[in-house]
Design a protein around this ligand. Structure first.
Ligand code: SF4
Ligand code: SF4
Length: 385
């Protein structure tokens, strides 16, 4: 059996759902698309924009960073092959909340546990195996959820899956409910071919995206996508807040409605790492300290996000749910928080929930508030009464 086949057998034994192999050549097509998206403003500013003037592009796009992300050899100079893997994260969602009357925020399915960490440990075992079988002659690198290298073009070229019009990789058996991971290696392995599949005439995800972030097939304006917005401390446009619903983190709407995903049966298990469940009480998050935040979300990807983004998301979810029990805790945030984004979205939430108490608090804070953006948010919130 070839080493490539042995790696695939091992992958299956340790619980990876798909293991395919491609070469380590660069991805010029992906590079071109990323540059185009950055030029059109579809990528959040600090992802690909240079802080220093090192770019030849007039709008200061960091071409170097993009080029590196699209070239596996920037990670491992003598790379020859990439083992591209996928693992299904669709699990049966159970509510572990003791007090069901609490106001709960929704966690996107891909973040109920830290599935990436699980994949990372499995990739480590693949590297150990390669080392053993080749007497440590070749260097290999573990790249699960590695932001410095494009993952989806790798998965597409290796035949793990194909691109959906929502920009997400769809696999034959598990739809797009998968996390991806890669081992980059100096070892030359037999490669697989891409799958020749596509979405056909379907446009359901384009039509269903709440913010119309799917500009055209395969082109996503990330600055409009809830998945990206929920990770970053930024002002959420008023029209998007109306669509926010009870989201606390992430968005899977364009996956939930995808016909390719409907055939996939959720597995019955509790993720081993970073499990937080699919719904989380919102009110305690409003005033959570950094230490509490790190403890609560330990090992989950949310712990890597700014706490202010999660507090803002909690305020948006509470405003959308509209339950008056959130008014007093939100007023406390409006009066005491030091972050203008958190305060501004809290003002919006109070306006949405309404009631005399909320109105009185907004008027009172407006009298002493000095931050221009917070003042503007409060004035807008007061117009909702
Ligand atoms: S993740 Fe949500 S916001 Fe982003 S493209 Fe999909 S449906 Fe739209
Ligand atoms: S909803 Fe339709 S168009 Fe969108 S990814 Fe799924 S199959 Fe493709």
């Amino acid at each position: 059996m070839s080493l490539a086949s042995q790696i695939k057998v091992l992958g299956e034994e340790i619980g990876l759902n798909i293991v395919r192999i491609t070469n380590a050549e660069s991805f010029p097509e992906a590079e071109k698309q990323i540059i185009e998206s950055a030029e059109k403003g579809y990528i959040p500013e600090n992802d690909y924009h240079a802080f220093k003037n090192i770019s030849e592009k007039p709008n200061n796009i960091n071409l170097n960073k993009i080029s590196k992300r699209c070239n596996p050899k920037s990670i491992l100079k003598r790379a020859k092959s990439i083992v591209s893997v996928a693992q299904c994260y669709l699990i049966e969602e159970t509510e572990d909340i003791q007090d069901k009357n609490q106001l709960l925020g929704r966690i996107a399915k891909y973040d109920i546990g830290n599935f990436y960490y699980d994949v990372k440990l499995k990739l480590k075992r693949i590297i150990n195996y390669i080392n053993q079988e080749t007497d440590f002659k070749y260097k290999s690198k573990n790249k699960s959820n590695y932001v410095s290298l494009v993952e989806k073009p790798i998965a597409q070229r290796a035949g793990v899956g194909w691109y959906g019009k929502n920009g997400i990789i769809i696999t034959e058996k598990f739809g797009s409910w998968v996390v991806l991971g890669e081992v980059i290696t100096e070892l030359e392995l037999e490669t697989d071919k891409p799958l020749h599949r596509d979405c056909g005439d379907c446009t359901i995800c384009i039509d269903s995206c709440p913010t119309k972030a799917i500009i055209s097939p395969y082109v996503i304006d990330r600055t409009k996508c809830f998945q990206f917005i929920s990770e970053r401390v930024m002002k959420v446009p008023l029209a998007f807040r109306e669509k926010w619903e009870d989201r606390l983190y992430g968005c899977t709407t364009c996956q939930e409605i995808c016909p390719q995903n409907h055939k996939v049966k959720p597995k019955k298990y509790k993720p081993e790492y970073g499990y937080i469940g699919s719904r989380i009480p919102l009110i305690p998050l409003l005033q959570i300290s950094e230490e509490e935040f790190q403890n609560y979300f330990a090992y989950n990807q949310i712990a890597m996000r700014p706490r202010e983004a999660i507090k803002r998301n909690a305020a948006l979810a509470l405003g959308s749910i509209g339950d008056p029990r959130a008014v007093v805790p939100l007023i406390k945030v409006l009066q005491e928080d030091s972050n203008s984004i958190v305060k501004g979205h809290t003002a919006w939430a109070l306006g949405k929930i309404g009631g005399e108490k909320a109105k009185f608090a907004l008027e009172k804070v407006l009298k002493s508030e000095e931050d221009r953006e917070v003042r503007e948010e409060i004035i807008n919130a007061l117009k909702m009464f």
